[in-house]
Design a protein around this ligand. Structure first.
Ligand code: ADP
Length: 487
């Protein structure tokens, strides 16, 4: 029998309580999957405004949290992840977390985010000690909890000497940077100041400190784990990650196969699976009607669902659009974001209603329906730590057309005509020409080699991107971290 681990997840987001992106989904799904593998798991999260705090049990007493300038006090509430037995401890502090927004409001990011998350990270450590529950593995996420591994090796080491830490990078763009003088806020003894640990580009950098101190480091796909060690995608911290290259793992995020499953999806006009695709044809017809596109079975429908942000390469899609619409296809875009890109897509939709539809909205139901209706799914990201949409597309039998970057490389195998291998189509350079070429190649496969299209589609739908698989890899990571910590 392998050892049952006590695992703590410390994070600034956890769906459905608080979510701005992939981090929130991971912290919701991974603890459940580890619990299913018989580990003892707990989650700690700030109690933000708007949460249903009343239905969480208020624990007795208050938690004393040392800060650089004195003490703060936190309340603690206890709830559970929905539909599970995973305990969630909510750290309550009116001043820091009872605000209109998680990281900021309309006026921008909160000016005291460093202080807020230094407080939260220290509160996590203090709460473990107060509960007498010291984890074997402390899993911290992004810069907001980057100080947890630091505290575990410094101010809190008497409790956490035997605790291994893992720091996962979900988004390297945010690093928790501030002026060097803010070191004094963190609640670390001045003797712990070390520019090699805390400083980057003359700034205090909490992600860097976490990367220096964590027993192991991970990110959300194997390819992105390599890419962030390069100057192109390393956001200035590539040297730190290179120095620790032996400790950096890439583990793909999973998808929620109860929510994204064409056989069960309640959003669809008809359900289907790999054995019987007749329902997919119904979905295509319905969505064409819904979007005002001609109801054509004989033309491929290409979909794009994304934040309309340069990260997603949608500006280049905009440049490629007029030529793309010369191909005999239909193209439907669902997204919101950059106003210029929104306006351009809207204009083309008015000019070419026979071929192009744009829904400038956030519409989860339509996202499901479009995955089901489409034959191809375009994802030309500039960079992509993991990406979820391409995995949904595979599951829904909409072949992904992706740029070769990050998690897209790890989840989509390129079509090889000679052998009918692959699950989709990949391209390298992010240019209008390259997008035109790869979409043209995909569309010609659909028209000229329909038997190949079917083979790829079947293979795509049979891929396993469930959390269970990834949870097994995290378990290996935790055991490795613990082995090193105890060595
Ligand atoms: P990222 O997290 O970088 O935005 P992902 O592909 O990992 O990209 O996940 C995006 C998620 O957001 C997917 O679930 C996708 O369906 C959803 N999404 C993005 N834009 C929209 C939209 N306009 N309407 C509905 N869902 C959207």
């Amino acid at each position: 029998m392998s050892e049952r681990l006590k695992i703590l997840y410390a994070a600034s987001e956890c769906a459905p309580f608080a979510k701005t992106g992939g981090l929130g989904d991971v912290v919701a799904a991974l603890p459940k999957a580890l619990l299913a593998r018989e580990h003892e798991v707990r989650v700690m999260l700030p109690l933000y405004a708007g949460m249903d705090w009343d239905s969480q049990e208020l624990l007795e007493g208050s938690l004393e949290v040392p800060m650089g300038y004195g003490k703060e006090y936190a309340g603690v509430r206890l709830g559970k992840l929905p539909h599970s037995r995973v305990p969630v401890y909510f750290i309550e502090h009116r001043g820091f977390f009872d605000r209109a927004g998680i990281y900021g409001d309309e006026a921008g990011g909160f000016g005291d985010n460093i202080e807020r998350y230094a407080f939260f990270s220290r509160a996590v450590m203090r709460l473990c000690a107060a509960l007498g529950w010291i984890p074997d593995v402390l899993h911290a996420n992004d810069w907001q909890t980057g100080l947890c591994p630091v505290f575990g090796n410094t101010m809190e080491k008497e409790h956490f000497l035997g605790t291994a830490s893992v720091l996962t990078i979900h988004n390297l763009a945010h690093q928790g940077r501030t002026g060097r003088d803010d070191f004094g806020l963190l609640g670390l003894f001045p003797s712990y100041w070390d520019p090699d640990v805390f400083e980057h580009d003359d700034d205090l950098n909490l992600l860097k400190a976490g990367l220096r101190h964590a027993t192991m480091i991970s990110t959300v796909s194997p390819t992105y784990a390599q890419e962030i060690q390069s100057p192109e995608l390393g956001r200035g911290l590539d040297y730190v990650l290179r120095e620790r290259r032996a400790d950096v793992w890439g583990i793909l995020n999973g998808i929620d196969t109860e929510v994204w499953n064409p056989a069960l999806d309640p959003n669809l006009p008809a359900n289907y699976d790999v054995g019987d695709l007749s329902g997919k044809a119904v979905c295509k017809r319905e969505v064409q009607r819904e979007l005002g596109l001609p109801e054509r079975e004989d033309a491929p429908l290409l979909a794009l669902i994304a934040r309309l942000d340069p990260q997603k390469g949608v500006d280049v899609v905009g440049d490629a659009l007029p030529r793309l619409l010369d191909l005999d296809l239909q193209f439907a875009v669902l997204g919101t974001g950059d106003p210029e890109i929104e306006a351009w897509f809207g204009r083309v939709a008015r000019e070419r209603p026979d071929r192009f539809a744009a829904r400038i909205a956030f519409d989860a139901r339509l996202a499901h329906r479009l995955e089901a209706a489409s034959d191809f799914f375009l994802m030309p990201s500039r960079f992509e730590p993991c990406g979820l949409n391409q995995m949904y597309s595979l599951a829904y039998g909409s072949l992904p057309i992706v740029r070769s970057t990050g998690g897209l490389v790890d989840t989509v195998q390129n079509y090889v005509e000679a052998t009918a291998e692959g699950t989709g189509f990949r391209f390298e350079a992010l240019t209008p020409q390259a997008i035109f070429d790869v979409v043209g190649w995909a569309v010609s496969t659909w028209y000229d080699r329909p038997e190949h299209y079917r083979i790829l589609q079947r293979r795509a739908m049979e891929q396993d991107h469930s959390w269970d698989h990834s949870a097994g890899l995290y378990e290996q990571l935790y055991r490795e971290a613990l082995r090193r910590r105890r060595a």
